[in-house]
Design a protein around this ligand. Structure first.
Ligand code: ZN
Ligand code: ZN
Length: 410
């Protein structure tokens, strides 16, 4: 089923009013694939209705990216248009809200030299580090949503016709974002309240360590003393609540960057910059990946890990029950926004300063000294499974069950 006009309007309204909570006089920046124009126009309309001053839309086209990767000379990937980076920093300073529509084609860059992709993504991350830092600091409101495109749908449902695949993908999106309900905004309020309950419970526990066991996984993660669990709606620097991910099912915090030991196995494919990495495992010693393996995408995984020192260490630990709406759909989405919300996951790279008490006011050096990881990348990968157990070690050394058989046990 394709979304009805009402459902698309609900989606736009959710992005504007729950995703970023547009304020009077605010600038709204929308980044979106060209195929999502029908939704983008509704988002612009809803944003102006909510009092936005200006809605700035930047369309992107994956096919054009592919043409560039295949045909541009090498030096095209070693430089970034700095005017764009400066514009985005200016939007940050103006207090803009950022809405991104993310609908990646996982097979886009098949056949493109992974080294070329690695260079381009490192150059872009470096140029945009100011903008990305502000988003990770929750200075501005931002939200990430997805739109069903034929290329993405074909990867998720390869066994049916192109048209049927898009319809099936929309069904999943409509379900996960609640836009098919009569009162989606109210449903999101209730969902955020539920996630907040879990966040408060975990913040009260002050766990020193998390121990993960599952097939292929035996991992210990220390948590910084002043870690903060977050989930659902967050407050930006002006105290405005926003939902960075729609859908979202996770509660997450930061690991102590040098306190990770053992081996973890991935349980879903990771679409990293248009390249699929699958069936991989990582072995950590004192926080660093010292050994790794991948059935598919080994070179892309190597490039990710070698981006910088911090890319070999963890910046996020997130808990998602196996029995959750997106997980129960039993679909692999090849889109981290969806797959991470179906599975416990970890992220390689940059930690969110908001996951540490006083973190948003700390200098990069202070954050490092508190155990927060720093990197140009932040890449979530999925590790949850129906056989996963997670135990929390309390400050006085007791072990408590957090997850049993993939689901909450506290
Ligand atoms: Zn996450
Ligand atoms: Zn993440």
């Amino acid at each position: 089923m394709y979304p009805t006009q009402q459902q698309l309007e609900n989606y736009a309204s959710l992005a504007v009013n729950v995703g970023v909570s547009v304020q009077k006089g605010q600038t709204v920046v929308v980044m979106a694939p060209i195929s999502s124009a029908p939704l983008v126009r509704l988002i612009a309309l809803k944003a102006y209705e909510a009092g936005a001053k200006n809605v700035h839309v930047e369309y992107n086209d994956e096919e054009l990216s592919l043409i560039k990767y295949k045909n541009a000379p090498e030096e095209a990937f070693t430089e970034y248009p700095m005017w764009r980076a400066q514009a985005w920093e200016q939007f940050v300073e103006q207090g803009a809200a950022f809405i991104q529509i993310y609908s990646p084609n996982p097979d886009l860059l098949n056949g493109v030299d992974p080294a070329r992709v690695a260079t381009a993504s490192k150059v872009a991350s470096t140029a945009l580090s100011g903008y990305r830092g502000s988003l990770m600091n929750h200075t501005n409101a931002w939200t990430l949503i997805s739109y069903a495109t034929p290329e993405w749908a074909a990867k998720v449902f390869p066994e049916v016709s192109a048209e049927e695949a898009v319809q099936k993908l929309w069904e999943r999106i409509i379900d996960a974002t609640r836009i098919g309900l009569e009162h989606p905004i109210q449903a999101w309020k209730e969902h955020n309240a539920k996630l907040l309950q879990m966040v408060e419970l975990l913040n009260g526990k002050r766990y020193k360590q998390l121990k993960y066991t599952a097939q292929g996984t035996d991992l210990t993660i220390e948590l910084p003393e002043n870690h903060i669990w977050l989930g659902g709606a967050k407050a930006n620097s002006k105290g405005v609540l926003f939902n960075p991910n729609m859908p979202t099912e996770e509660v997450f915090t930061m690991p102590l960057k040098d306190g990770v030991n053992g081996t973890v196995r991935s349980t879903k494919p990771l679409n990293y910059n248009g390249q699929v990495i699958n069936g991989f495992s990582l072995t950590f010693k004192d926080g660093k990946v010292v050994d790794y393996f991948a059935e598919q995408g080994y070179e892309a995984l190597s490039n990710l890990l070698n981006t910088d020192d911090g890319a070999r260490q963890l910046g996020e630990v997130a808990l998602v029950p196996h029995d959750s709406p997106i997980s129960n759909s039993n679909v692999t989405f090849f889109n981290t926004l969806y797959d991470e919300n179906a599975s416990c996951h970890l992220a390689l790279g940059q930690a969110y300063p908001v996951n540490l008490k006083g973190g948003t006011g700390m200098s990069p050096e202070e954050l490092l000294s508190h155990g927060a990881n720093r990197s140009l990348v932040h890449e979530d990968f999925m590790i949850g499974s129906p056989d996963m157990s997670i135990d929390g070690i309390t400050p006085d050394g007791k072990s408590e069950a957090i997850f049993r058989s993939g689901n909450w046990a506290i």
